[in-house]
Design a binder for this molecule. Structure first.
Ligand SMILES: NC(=O)c1ccc[n+]([C@@H]2O[C@H](COP(=O)([O-])OP(=O)(O)OC[C@H]3O[C@@H](n4cnc5c(N)ncnc54)[C@H](O)[C@@H]3O)[C@@H](O)[C@H]2O)c1
Length: 321
């Protein structure tokens, strides 16, 4: 299979490295904001070419699938070009930073294009374990966290380019909550910005926030985030159930009941899993293994945008799902 990659940054390189280890997959094109950056990535491959224009790349290459690994503000034209040519794509979260993904989702649906979105927490073995534990217990509430430091790429700190931490980063935890506990009906958010704007020039993204949500199943959840720390501290989701706490973190799931703690270590690399499943779907034309397609991810994206809107207006936002 011939694959093209749009973006030449950290996560484009991460996906390229995974694709490079897969049998029958060849990365043949990179598209970047400059031909120099694209050519630099292409040189790591025996048969790849660099481009600085997506339409030129798509005209000159016969690609079976494309990976979109660009910052939130760069989405839109890329997706429309791929949809026009019926090319399946894997897109890194978030889908964007505004409501344009609504139109993109509509056109994907009309054309029946296979898509996958990089919500990799869904592919973890520990997430599968949590789903099976939830078969025999009810969750009353959830607390989620993305407590860390500020990624130092310039677009991230600019709220008009990234959408801010809740849209850009904490979206993983919102998506995990939806995957495990179902859809969200109401969102209320409080954000603040007291520290990073004085430390890092150009910071307009809030540096702390808490978002409280009501779910269709009657649960209440609060997910908080901050980027004021000097390193990543606590990232994950705690589910409070009638049978104790299910604690999900990057490396483990813990079942906590009083003093008794049962730990399950993560056994799979979810980034490899999401790539294998996406390309298998493209090869066979059967998307059922994909755990996070564009249409479903749009719901997570809508929740995070509603949180931003609530933080500005001070009012709760009701969602239509
Ligand atoms: N799933 C995950 O765990 C995970 C981890 C890291 C990043 N990401 C996501 O991946 C995306 C990219 O993040 P990153 O860390 O690679 O950022 P980065 O800043 O390292 O790289 C972004 C790249 O996109 C390029 N770019 C920007 N606009 C473009 C356009 N119109 N066409 C082509 N290239 C363009 C930039 O030149 C840069 O090379 C972000 O949305 C981020 O949230 C996901």
């Amino acid at each position: 299979m011939k694959v093209g990659i749009i973006g030449t940054g950290w996560f484009a390189k991460t996906h390229a490295a995974i694709l490079g280890d897969m049998d029958g997959v060849e990365v043949t094109a990179f598209c970047g904001t400059s031909i120099e950056k694209a050519d630099k990535e292409a040189r790591n491959w025996s048969n790849a070419k660099g481009y600085s224009n997506i339409d030129e790349m798509l005209e000159k290459q016969e690609l079976d699938a494309v990976y979109i690994c660009v910052p939130p503000m760069a989405h839109g034209a890329i997706e429309f070009s791929l949809i026009e040519r019926n090319i399946p794509f894997f897109v890194e979260k978030p889908l964007g930073m505004d409501e344009q993904p609504l139109e993109i989702a509509k056109r994907i649906e009309e054309k029946g294009i296979i898509t996958s979105v990089g919500y990799h927490w869904r592919y973890k073995e520990t997430t599968k374990k949590a789903l099976s534990l939830l078969q025999d217990r009810k969750v009353g509430m959830a607390l989620g966290y993305w407590m860390g430091d500020m990624p130092m790429v310039p677009w991230w700190r600019d709220v008009t380019k990234s959408g801010g931490q809740f849209v850009e980063q904490t979206t993983h935890i919102v998506d995990l909550l939806r995957f495990l506990c179902g859809d969200i009906t109401e969102v209320y958010a409080a954000y603040s910005s007291k520290i990073m704007q004085d430390k890092v020039e150009g910071t307009t993204a809030p540096d702390v926030g808490s978002v409280t949500m009501k779910l269709v199943n009657g649960m209440v959840a609060t997910i908080s985030n901050t980027c004021i720390l000097t390193n990543s501290s606590k990232v994950g989701l705690d589910l409070f159930t009638e049978e104790g706490i299910i604690e999900l973190r990057n490396e483990h799931l813990r079942e906590i009941k009083g003093k008794h703690i049962l730990e399950h270590k993560e056994q799979v690399n979810p980034y490899i899993a999401e790539n294998e499943i996406f390309l298998e779907a493209v090869k066979t034309g059967n998307p059922t293994g994909i755990l996070s397609d564009y249409k479903d991810s749009l719901k997570t994206h809508t929740v995070t945008l509603a949180a931003n809107q609530s933080a500005i207006s001070g009012q709760p936002i009701r969602l239509g799902f």
